[in-house]
Design a binder for this molecule. Structure first.
Ligand code: FPP
Length: 238
């Protein structure tokens, strides 16, 4: 890594291209997802090593529930297995895990495992927080926030009128987590795909050609070099 590389506080990744990676090898799509778990580990390790405070990963969208049942089941199984296998590593490295999304749609066993790993890794002073977005969509997040806020302010129209965007942000599932500095999407796509629509208002967007199962330490560091070269102005003049 170059010595002048800026380390973002929050790096977010839209993991894409598992199916295409498997297809290129003449294998089933699920093989790509299994291989993708190794990239999750490589990126989490590298991010913690270089001082990233929050690494978030878009693992499964609300729309992904529409995929063939077999693929959905495999992804949920992989999630379940990764949670139990990785817990000791998370603890050894003082990494806190948060799983965010419409979790009411998940099976009971997976919900239980998520709660267990979240509670076990809920350290007071974590080195890094790893956030997995599961059954998540940006529109769902904004809508659930709006509904909760409307309900909280039902008897207080003056309070509602005075509410700021920071007040609204507290109702999103990412409450307490800084907005991503950078969103990296693998496999060459250049869409936000209903990810953190509110939170990415000023995130830098980086699209890399690498397919997710091939996105390991070197590719991750190269994307951060690219981020370092960006000039963030937040709509202002510097
Ligand atoms: C996108 O590739 C990838 C996904 C929808 C799933 C990502 C999930 C994992 C890597 C598994 C486990 C995750 C954790 C956090 C342990 P795609 O299927 O859309 O690929 P394609 O665009 O080539 O079809």
């Amino acid at each position: 890594m170059e010595s002048n590389t800026k380390i973002p506080e929050h790096v977010s990744i839209i993991m894409d291209g598992n199916g295409r990676w498997a297809g290129k090898m003449g294998k089933e799509r699920v093989f790509g997802h299994a291989e993708g778990v190794h990239s999750v580990r490589a990126c989490a390790e590298t991010a913690a090593e270089i001082g990233v405070k929050y690494l978030s990963l878009f693992a499964f969208s609300e729309e992904n529930w529409e995929r063939p049942q077999e693929e959905v089941e495999t992804l949920m199984r992989l999630m379940m297995k990764s949670l139990s296998v990785e817990l000791p590593t998370l603890l050894e490295n003082r990494i806190r895990l948060r799983v965010l999304g419409n979790l009411s749609r998940l099976g009971d066993n997976l919900k239980k495992e998520i709660r267990k790993v979240e509670a076990a890794s809920d350290l007071p002073d974590p080195r890094m927080t790893l956030i997995v977005f599961l059954s998540y969509s940006g529109k769902w997040d904004i809508l659930q926030a709006a509904k909760q806020m409307a309900s909280d302010f039902a008897g207080d129209p003056a309070g509602l009128a005075a509410a700021t965007s920071d007040d609204f942000g507290k109702y999103l599932v990412t409450n307490g987590i800084p907005d991503p500095d950078v969103v990296i999407r693998t496999s060459g796509e250049m869409r936000i795909s209903n990810y953190m629509l509110w939170q990415t208002a000023y995130s830098e967007f980086i699209s890399v050609e690498t397919l997710w199962p091939d996105f390991r330490k070197e590719a991750f560091l190269a994307a951060l070099e690219e981020y370092s070269r960006r000039d963030r102005r937040y709509g202002k003049v510097k």
